[in-house]
Ligand binder design. Structure first.
Ligand code: GDP
Ligand code: MG
Length: 741
C-alpha cells in the first residue's frame, strides 16, 4: 500500500446518536471506494467497524473502531464511534485525533441527545462539523401517508431544526432527490450536478446526471443561498458575486473549504448508508472540503518535567488504591508541570506519536492505535515512550481496516496507524524519538457510575480474573477493578449494568474466566461543610532515634466535583520543604478511608500553614502521622456529611405508562426534569439518587409489561438528606483507627 503525505490524509470522526447508521454508513463508504467487494452489514458482523462479537450480538457499537477508504488519491481515515449514552465518551477521544467530525443524524428521529453531545465535543475541539442526514430512504415511507411530496418536506423540517439548534451556519450543500420509489440521489449545490444511484442499493457509486426538472428552481435558490453565506465577510468574493452574479466554481470551492475549516459553515448532506445512496459523493466531499491532516494547527503538549499528583483526585487514588491485580494503576499518568511544546503536523518535525486506543486481539495480542502527530515513522523503528519511560520497537507497522491489519512501510505526519505487541505502552501515551520529549494530554474519561461485586466461580477463575480484567481495562478506560478494603470482595466499576454485563461476557468468551455478578454498591462519598483548623503532633522517644512531626492544617469545602486539593503556606522553614509532600500524603491517605462512614472524603482543600520539626528526629513518616492526626481532628469540626451519586435517567415507554412511571419516580426521591413525546412513546427525563435505581430494570419491565427502556449515567454527587443518611450510617463501618495514634 502506498504511503500518503499528511496533505492527502483526512481524519474523520463519525459520531451521532445510537442507531442513526454510523457503522452502516462507513460500510457503504468502504464499498464505494472498493475497499470491500460487498457492503458490510452490522447484523452479521460483516461491517468493517463492527467486528466485536459482543457489539454485534447487542447491535451496539461500544468502542471506537477505525477503517480507511483510499479515494482518488487521498486516504480517508474513518473512526466509528459509539452513540449509546454510556459509551459516548469514546467519541470525544476520537475527536482528539480527527480534523473533522461527520455528525450523522437519523432522518426520522432528528437530532437526539447524543447528537447534541457530540456536537458540543466537536465544538470543544474546534472541529469542523459535516452533518449527514442519514437513512433518507426511510423518509418517504413515513411521509407518503400525509402527502406525496413528503421527502422534501421532511428534509426541510430537519434543516429548520438544525438551524434552530446550531445556527444558520448549518447550510445544505446538497438537495435530496426523490422519485416514485424513494430517495434516489443528491444534487451537488456547488457544481450543480445531480448524482443518481441504483434503485435498490448498488455499490454506492452514483451516475452524474442533469438536475431533475422539478428541482431546478429550488436548486438554483439553494445554490445562491450557499454562495451568499460563503461569500459573507469576504469582500473580494462579495464584490465578484454582485458584479458577475455568481462566483466561479473554483473560487467557490476554495472559499467553502476555508469556511468549513474555520467553522463558519457547517455543511449538510444527505445519504442512505444502507442503500449506498450518496456514498461516493460523501467521499468526494470529504476529499475536497474536509481539512487535510496537514492543515491542523500545531498540537500543544507539555515538556516532560517533575511529577506531581495534579489531576489525580482522591477518587482515582481510591479506585486504584488496592487494585487486586497489582498496584500498577493502568490509566494513570504522571502529570507534568512545565513549559508548553508545540508540534506542527509536518514530516520535518521530530517524530511524535499519540496512542488513542488499545485493543486485545486473541491472536495478535495487544494492538496500539496511534496518530503520527509529527515526523515520519518507519517500520521497525525504535521509539521512546515519553509518558512511561522505556523504549518500544514498532514492528509490523500497519493501518487498520476494522480488525484487519494492512502492513505499511512508513506513515507520515497526520496519518494514523497501529502496531502490535508493545510492551508498556497504553492509551493516552505519547511516544517519539529521543531528545524531543513532550506529552500530549489525553482526554479524560468519565468516572464510572456503577460498582458491582463479582465473585469468581472457581479457584482457577480467581487466579485468571486479575490479569484478564487488567487487559480489559487497557482497552476500556472507564472500567475499574479493585478489592473492597473492608469486605475483601472483588469489585468492578463501569458505566452501568449493560457495560458490566458485557465485561462479564468478555471475561468468559475471551479469557475463559467465569464470575457471578452481584448487586451494585452505591459509591457514597464524604465531604465537609465548614472550614476547620487543627494541629497534629506526633512525638515518640524510645531510646535511640525518636520520631517528631508537627503540622497545623486548615480544611475548606470545595464545590462538588473538585476532588482533593492540597496547598502549602509554609514559608521560612517551619516545616522543611522535603516533608511537605509527606503532609499531603498523610492527609490524602487518611481522607480515602473516610471519617464518618468509611467512604473517601472529597471536595475539600487542605492547606498546611504552620508546624515545627526536630533536627534529628523528624522524618517523612513522622510528618505523615502528624498530618493524619491533624486531619482527623479537623474533620471533627468541619461538619462532615455524606454524599450520594445522583443519576441522570432517561426512560422511554409507550405513553399510556407515563403516569405510572412518574408515580414510581416520586417514590424514589426522583426529580422529573421533563417529559417529551417521541412518536407514540414518551421520554421522561429525571434525576434520581443511584441508591434508588439499583434494581430499576426489573421494575421498569413490570411497570410497562416489558415495553420500556432506560439509560442512566452519573450526573454528580449531592448531599444525602439527613433521614436517609442516618440509615446508611447505622450500617456503615467507621474507619479503623490507626495503630500509631
Ligand atoms: N433503512 C435504513 N436502515 C439503516 C440505514 N443505515 C443503518 N440502518 C439500520 O439501522 C440500524 C442501526 O445501524 P448502525 O449502522 O448499527 O447504526 P449506528 O449505531 O449509528 O452505528 C441497523 O439495523 C441498520 O441496518 C439506512 O440508511 N437506511
Ligand atoms: Mg455503530
Amino acid at each position: 500500500m502506498r504511503s500518503y503525505p499528511g496533505s492527502d490524509v483526512r481524519n474523520v470522526a463519525v459520531a451521532g446518536h445510537a442507531h442513526c447508521g454510523k457503522t452502516t454508513l462507513i460500510a457503504s463508504l468502504l464499498q464505494a471506494a472498493g475497499m470491500t467487494t460487498t457492503q458490510g452489514r452490522v447484523q452479521d458482523g460483516s461491517a468493517a467497524t463492527a467486528y466485536d462479537e459482543d457489539e454485534v450480538a447487542r447491535g451496539t457499537t461500544m468502542q471506537n473502531a477505525v477503517a480507511f477508504a483510499e479515494w482518488q488519491g487521498v486516504k480517508v481515515n474513518l473512526i466509528d464511534t459509539p452513540g449509546f449514552h454510556i459509551y459516548s465518551h469514546e467519541a470525544r477521544a476520537a475527536m482528539q485525533v480527527a480534523e473533522a467530525a461527520v455528525i450523522v443524524v437519523h432522518a426520522l428521529a432528528g437530532v437526539e441527545a447524543v447528537t447534541e453531545r457530540t456536537w458540543r465535543w466537536a465544538e470543544e475541539f474546534n472541529l469542523p462539523r459535516i452533518v449527514v442526514l442519514n437513512q433518507m430512504d426511510t423518509v418517504r415511507a413515513g411521509a407518503t401517508a400525509r402527502e406525496t411530496s413528503g421527502g422534501e418536506d421532511v428534509a426541510s423540517a430537519l434543516l429548520d431544526d438544525l438551524r434552530e439548534r446550531w445556527g444558520r451556519s448549518c447550510v445544505p450543500v446538497q438537495l435530496p432527490v426523490f422519485d416514485a420509489v424513494g430517495f434516489r440521489g443528491v444534487v451537488d449545490l456547488v457544481t450543480m450536478q445531480a448524482f443518481l444511484y441504483a434503485e435498490n442499493g448498488g455499490t454506492g457509486r452514483g451516475a452524474i446526471a442533469e438536475i431533475p426538472h422539478d428541482l431546478q428552481q429550488q436548486a438554483r435558490a439553494a445554490h445562491e443561498a450557499l454562495v451568499e453565506l460563503v461569500a459573507e465577510g469576504k469582500d473580494e468574493l462579495l464584490e465578484e458575486f454582485f458584479e458577475v452574479g455568481t462566483i466561479p466554481e473554483q473560487h467557490l470551492i476554495t472559499a467553502l473549504h476555508e469556511a468549513i475549516r474555520e467553522d463558519r459553515i457547517f455543511p449538510v448532506l444527505f445519504a442512505s448508508g444502507l442503500r449506498g445512496v450518496g456514498a461516493d459523493h460523501l467521499l468526494d466531499f470529504l476529499k475536497v472540503y474536509a481539512p487535510t491532516a496537514a492543515e491542523r494547527a500545531a498540537c500543544a503538549g507539555s515538556a516532560i518535567g517533575a511529577e506531581s499528583l495534579a489531576g489525580m483526585n482522591a477518587e482515582n487514588i481510591a479506585a486504584y488504591g488496592d487494585g487486586a491485580g497489582g498496584h500498577e494503576a493502568v490509566n494513570q499518568h504522571p502529570s507534568v508541570r512545565a513549559g508548553v511544546v508545540m508540534r506542527a503536523v509536518r514530516d520535518e518535525e521530530p517524530l511524535t506519536l499519540f496512542v488513542y486506543k488499545t485493543l486485545h486481539d486473541p491472536f495478535a495480542g495487544r494492538v496500539s492505535f496511534f496518530k503520527v502527530i509529527s515526523g515520519v515513522l518507519h517500520n521497525e523503528q525504535t521509539v521512546e515512550n515519553y509518558s512511561r519511560g522505556g523504549q518500544e520497537r514498532l514492528s509490523h507497522l500497519s493501518v487498520m481496516q476494522g480488525r484487519k491489519a494492512v502492513e505499511v512501510s512508513e506513515l507520515h505526519a497526520g496519518d494514523m496507524g497501529a502496531v502490535t505487541r508493545l510492551r508498556e505502552t497504553l492509551t493516552g501515551d505519547t511516544l517519539g524519538q529521543r531528545g524531543a520529549e513532550m506529552r500530549l494530554e489525553p482526554v479524560a474519561s468519565p468516572e464510572p457510575s456503577m460498582t458491582y461485586a463479582i465473585e469468581p466461580k472457581t479457584r482457577a477463575d480467581e487466579d485468571k480474573l486479575g490479569p484478564a480484567l487488567h487487559k480489559l481495562m487497557e482497552e476500556d478506560r472507564m472500567l475499574r477493578f479493585f478489592r473492597d478494603a473492608q469486605t475483601q470482595e472483588f469489585q468492578v466499576a463501569g458505566a452501568g449494568q449493560q457495560h458490566i454485563e458485557t465485561v462479564v461476557a468478555r471475561l468468559k468468551r475471551r479469557f475463559h474466566t467465569e464470575v457471578t455478578l452481584k448487586a451494585p454498591k452505591v459509591p457514597y462519598r464524604e465531604t465537609i461543610r465548614a472550614r476547620a483548623e487543627a494541629q497534629g503532633r506526633h512525638k515518640k522517644q524510645s531510646g535511640g532515634h525518636g520520631q517528631f512531626g508537627d503540622c497545623r492544617i486548615r480544611l475548606e469545602p470545595l464545590p462538588r466535583g473538585s476532588g482533593f486539593q492540597f496547598a502549602s503556606e509554609i514559608f521560612g522553614g517551619a516545616i522543611p520543604r522535603q516533608y511537605v509532600p509527606a503532609v499531603e500524603k498523610g492527609i490524602a491517605e487518611t481522607a480515602l478511608s473516610g471519617h464518618i462512614a468509611g467512604f473517601p472524603v472529597v471536595d475539600f482543600r487542605a492547606t498546611v500553614y504552620d508546624g515545627s520539626y526536630h533536627e534529628v528526629d523528624s522524618n517523612e513518616l513522622s510528618f505523615k502521622i502528624a498530618a493524619r492526626l491533624a486531619f482527623r481532628q479537623a474533620m471533627e469540626q468541619a461538619k462532615p456529611c455524606l454524599l450520594e451519586p445522583v443519576m441522570r435517567v432517561e426512560i422511554e415507554a409507550p405513553e399510556e405508562y407515563a403516569g405510572a412511571l412518574m408515580g414510581d419516580l416520586n417514590t424514589r426521591r426522583g426529580h422529573v426534569l421533563g417529559m417529551t413525546p417521541r412518536g407514540r412513546s414518551v421520554v421522561v427525563e429525571a434525576e434520581v439518587p443511584m441508591a434508588e435505581m439499583l434494581q430499576y430494570g426489573a421494575t421498569l419491565t413490570s411497570l410497562t409489561q416489558g415495553r420500556g427502556s432506560f439509560h442512566m449515567e452519573m450526573r454528580g454527587y449531592e448531599v444525602v438528606p439527613t433521614a436517609v443518611a442516618e440509615r446508611i450510617l447505622a450500617t456503615a463501618q467507621r474507619p479503623v483507627t490507626a495503630e500509631t495514634e
